[in-house]
Design a protein around this ligand. Structure first.
Ligand code: FAD
Length: 403
């Protein structure tokens, strides 16, 4: 199938990947509508992609080469121990991933979009509707644009999802994550205890865990961390509706809760490491699960986090968004009509997304909601605890696109 107009709502990881996929597959016109005005590349988060998924995505063209990334090879699970300031490693497992800086990954994807793609910033979509065999997109300011297909790449609070699967809503998992990152050059200030640059450390404590690893950054390597635990139960914080506390906007209550956790539960070295983060580089994100019974309806299609919100323990979100784009491109190349394209995309990606949500829910239960007695676990027990979470899945980080 060639020609046709595609509007992609959201210009983040999924949005850029889908715009490129549509243009490469033969769309006549591709417009990305991104509400953010500023530089998306400034979003400085870390994320990881499994090496096998990255290789598959590079082969399909969904993951451009040359994007800065940092090699990781092992994950060490650590508990507090009176005798060891950096804690005791009770288990080490292979971790065949590379870490990325969100902004640099986004920039690589954005630069790889074909010149024919129109990327509009400051374009907020306020509504979508099906009109005959086309779709309409309403923009803030009142403009209405028609197209043959709307791709909802508008993230976990997706507005396009209302048109595809209005009954699906993000479900609060009952805990949050504090996240942060800082220049790795500052690590010396945390004192003795530096760790191999390829190692990921998971600090384990009753009721939560914290994952710490290096990522590349625009000005050199950075340290990235994500700490999962229950938020304060004061009744003042409500997370039923999807929300987040962006950098610099973390409430005093949430900041105090983080300090208490570090004092009470962390090996002193790792508490000092996390405390190196500036308040303006710290933020809080409640954790949600969301699965959709459908990823397509009429002339609408859901991509990335708009289709499924997977708890971050699975380290699969970016890979899954890029896989969605690969599947979309493959479906387009085979399709003789829009209906065939949408049918093939749904068949390829619907169940895969739901399986990731289920796996990440198990990981979250085991690593935050119902933590085991980590301090008394030996290597064998840790391994079997891990296999119980996988429940037959090959690994975390997403599934292979073809078995
Ligand atoms: C704590 C945490 C850790 C994570 N770690 C990893 C990891 O290690 N590995 C990994 O692969 N993934 C990880 N992820 C997930 C990953 O970041 C996402 O799954 C991935 O970036 C895909 O996002 P997306 O493009 O679908 O949505 P988003 O990045 O949310 O983008 C949606 C875009 O749509 C725009 N938008 C929204 N509404 C509108 C509108 N109405 N009009 C116009 N524009 C709109 C937004 O401005 C935004 O740019 C993590 C996530 C979290 C929260």
């Amino acid at each position: 199938m060639r020609g046709g107009t595609v509007a992609v709502v959201g210009g983040s990881i999924a949005g850029c990947a889908f715009a490129s996929a549509a243009a490469r597959a033969g769309a006549g016109e591709v417009v990305v509508l991104e509400r953010t005005h500023g530089r998306l590349a400034d979003r400085g988060l870390g994320l990881c992609v499994h090496n096998d998924r990255a290789a598959e995505l590079a082969a399909t063209g969904a993951l451009p080469t040359g994007i800065a990334r940092h090699r990781l090879d092992r994950r060490r699970w650590v508990v507090w121990d009176a005798a060891e300031p950096s804690g005791r490693v009770f288990w080490e497992q292979p971790f065949p991933f590379h870490s990325y800086h969100w902004g640099l990954l986004w920039r690589g994807l954005r630069e790889a979009t074909p010149a024919s793609v129109v990327y509009r910033q400051g374009a907020t979509v306020t509504g979508v509707a099906g009109v005959g065999d086309q779709a309409e997109v309403r923009l803030a300011g009142g403009a209405v644009e028609r197209c043959d297909l709307v791709v909802g790449a508008d993230g976990y609070r997706s507005l396009v999802r209302e048109a595809v699967c209005p009954e699906s809503r993000p479900h609060y998992a009952g805990y949050v994550c504090w996240r942060g990152n800082f220049d790795a050059g500052r690590l010396a200030a945390a004192g003795d205890g530096d760790w191999p640059s390829e190692a990921v450390t998971t600090v384990c404590f009753p009721g939560g865990s914290c994952v710490i690893y290096r990522i590349p950054g625009p000005d050199g390597p950075r340290v990235n961390w994500v700490l999962y635990a229950m938020p304060p139960q004061s009744g003042q914080l409500r997370f039923d509706d999807p929300t987040s506390f962006p950098p610099g906007k973390v409430t005093g209550e949430l900041a105090a809760c983080l300090s208490e956790l570090l004092d009470r539960e962390f090996p002193p070295y790792w508490a000092r490491v996390i405390a190196l983060t500036e308040p303006e580089d710290t933020f809080v994100q409640p954790i949600y699960d969301l699965e959709t019974a459908r990823t397509t309806a009429g002339r609408f299609l859901l991509a990335g986090d708009a289709a499924t919100v997977v708890r971050p323990h699975n380290t699969s979100g970016a890979a899954k968004a890029l896989q969605d784009a690969s599947a979309f491109e493959a479906a387009w190349r085979q399709a003789g009509s829009w209906e065939e394209l949408l049918y093939a995309y749904q068949a390829a990606r619907g169940a895969a997304g739901r399986e990731l949500v289920a796996l990440a829910r198990r990981l979250g239960r085991a690593q935050v909601e119902q933590t085991p007695a980590w301090a008394t676990m030996n290597h064998m027990e840790a391994q079997s605890w891990w296999q119980g979470q996988l429940a037959g899945a090959a690994d975390i980080g997403g599934q292979a696109m073809t078995p």
